[in-house]
Design a protein. Structure first.
Ligand code: CA
Ligand code: CA
Length: 265
């Protein structure tokens, strides 16, 4: 074979080997990606509402990653049990991150046996790919508990609350605000705190206290190394308003919170 032809054949063979090698590499990486996806273990981000009411049976949503399908949900407490009602993939609202708020959810029926409020209960999701790390539940409240009631989007629609009081609520949509009102009969120092991100919520709370004229008394975005808010303030007698919103104006199904107001802590 002429030398020039031999070089051309060798070049073609080399190109063929390189192409085969590239395709094998791509196929291997695709298989690895599929295997990695299949092997993703379930993880829980949050419960919605953030706290489980102390009633004999109630329904909650558990949001997280790789929760669909679920085989069962285990409880660490003999006083609490769970029944899986449904499992599904769910959309991530615009501007929010699936890595933070999850993209799958379970609907659970929670049963709490009579005999007091169980403490330190956790739930563990069991799926075909593994078990989630235990997720600590907030159950009941040490303070009188109410749910946030829409519409409560401004001073005119403020939801009245007492001191002390716990509110389990949710910022339902982008740019939504939850506004509460309370009265102080005598000068008093109060602490107002939001539990949200510390329990997995996507909410980055922003908390503001206004007096009856709408003048800001105190405002807090982040407190003590979390994105949750906390205000302690001394108040004279009068009517006050609390507004709670997301610092980035986000809202939706992954923005539950608990608001607690009580004498200064
Ligand atoms: Ca609202
Ligand atoms: Ca914040």
């Amino acid at each position: 074979m002429p030398k020039g032809r031999l070089l051309a054949v060798n070049h073609q063979a080399w190109c063929l080997l390189a192409t085969i090698s590239l395709l094998v590499g791509i196929a291997a990486r695709a298989q690895d990606a599929v295997a990695e996806k299949k092997a993703e273990s379930p993880r829980v981000a949050m419960c919605v509402p953030l706290a489980v009411p102390v009633t004999p049976t109630t329904k909650i949503v558990v949001r997280g990653w790789a929760l669909n399908p679920a085989i069962e949900v285990r409880s660490s407490s003999p006083q609490v049990s769970f029944k899986v009602l449904s499992a599904a993939s769910v959309p991530v609202p615009n501007g929010q991150d699936a890595k933070q708020i999850g993209d799958t959810q379970l609907e659970l029926e929670v049963t709490i046996v009579a005999g007091g409020e169980p403490c330190d209960a956790t739930l563990t999701v069991v799926s075909p790919t593994g078990e989630s790390p235990p997720h600590k539940l907030l159950i009941g409240s040490g303070h009188p508990l109410v749910a946030d009631s829409e519409p409560n989007d401004g001073f005119q629609q403020a939801q009245p609350i007492q001191i002390p009081q716990a509110v389990d609520g949710q910022i339902h949509g982008d740019r939504n605000v939850d506004v509460f009102s309370f009265d102080i009969a005598d000068p008093q120092s109060v602490t107002i705190e939001v539990l949200a991100r510390r329990h997995g919520s996507g909410l980055d709370s922003l908390l503001t206290v206004f007096d009856h004229r709408g003048k800001i008394v105190s405002v807090n975005d982040d407190h003590a190394g979390t994105t949750d808010s906390r205000i302690t303030t001394e108040l004279v007698a009068g009517k006050y308003f609390i507004s709670l919103q997301d610092a980035h104006d986000h809202g939706g199904p992954a923005q539950p919170y608990r608001l607690v107001i009580q004498p200064m802590q």
